[in-house]
Design a protein around this ligand. Structure first.
Ligand code: DC
Length: 236
């Protein structure tokens, strides 16, 4: 059954499931703001690495979460393949957030309840603007449980590792291999879904979308078909 255009859309799912691509495209088509909350946990992790705060130093990480200034901004004409720009204390750190060392530590940094509380507070403030697509692991369950539409985007671990490998190659990293990336994807899935505080899981009322073997266009068509009343020029 088609639904009226939801004011707030929550998109969750595991690493490299396609949720960010789908979320950003959806926001562009609807003229909505978009926040990829994973980039906030990544920026906090980078801040910790830079300031030599160890990921197992919970009190230190919590302090940083309160102190650091994080901004996620839409594209402003950049042509280097970025999807958005992330500022950490005013500095553009968009590409550094993808460093393997950030991948290695971000799951641990994002397990601390006080860190999550602070990030969720910031994310809800963004959500209150309305006309928002928010992407993460706990958006439909914790951050915006009242969201009018919740999507849970998945794909097989093998396909997600393959996509990540292609992304890394596109960014000029040719020394990564498939098996290492697959192991990291599986490790992070386990960490993110088994943590005690707001684990990654679909909200009871989320629509689950499996993107394995499907193109972005096919997935977008499925999502756009949910809505009625979209002006035709926004469907292009
Ligand atoms: O989506 P991503 O790979 O950029 O997310 C990086 C990490 O941040 C992920 O391993 C788990 C964490 N995360 C989270 O705990 N909650 C969110 N809402 C978003 C990301």
């Amino acid at each position: 059954m088609p639904m009226p255009l939801p004011d707030t859309i929550a998109i969750d799912g595991p690493a490299a499931s396609g949720k960010t691509t789908v979320g950003l495209l959806l926001a562009r088509r609807l003229g909505y703001l978009c926040l990829d909350t994973g980039s906030m946990y990544r920026a906090l992790t980078l801040a910790a690495i830079r300031r030599h705060v160890r990921p197992d130093d919970e009190a230190g990480i919590v302090r940083l979460a309160h102190e650091c200034d994080l901004d996620v901004m839409p594209l402003a004409g950049e042509t280097d393949g970025r999807l958005y720009t992330v500022l950490l204390d005013g500095e553009d750190v968009t590409w550094e957030l993808r460093l393997p060392v950030v991948d290695a530590y971000v799951s641990q940094v994002s397990t601390y309840p006080e860190v999550r509380a602070e990030m969720v507070r910031r994310q809800r403030a963004f959500g209150r603007r309305g006309g928002v697509v928010m992407i993460g692991r706990d958006i439909g369950t914790v951050v915006l449980p009242e969201a009018a539409l919740k999507l849970y985007v998945t794909a097989s671990a093998e396909e997600r590792a393959q996509r990540r490998l292609v992304d890394r190659r596109r960014q000029g990293h040719y020394d990564d291999d498939y098996e290492t990336i697959l192991a990291d994807v599986v490790r992070r899935d386990h960490h993110d879904s088994s943590r005690q505080h707001s684990p990654m899981r679909p909200a009871a009322d989320a629509l689950q979308i499996d993107t394995t073997g499907r193109t972005v266009e096919e997935v977008m068509d499925q999502i756009m078909a949910l809505f009625n009343g979209i002006p035709s020029q926004e469907r292009a």
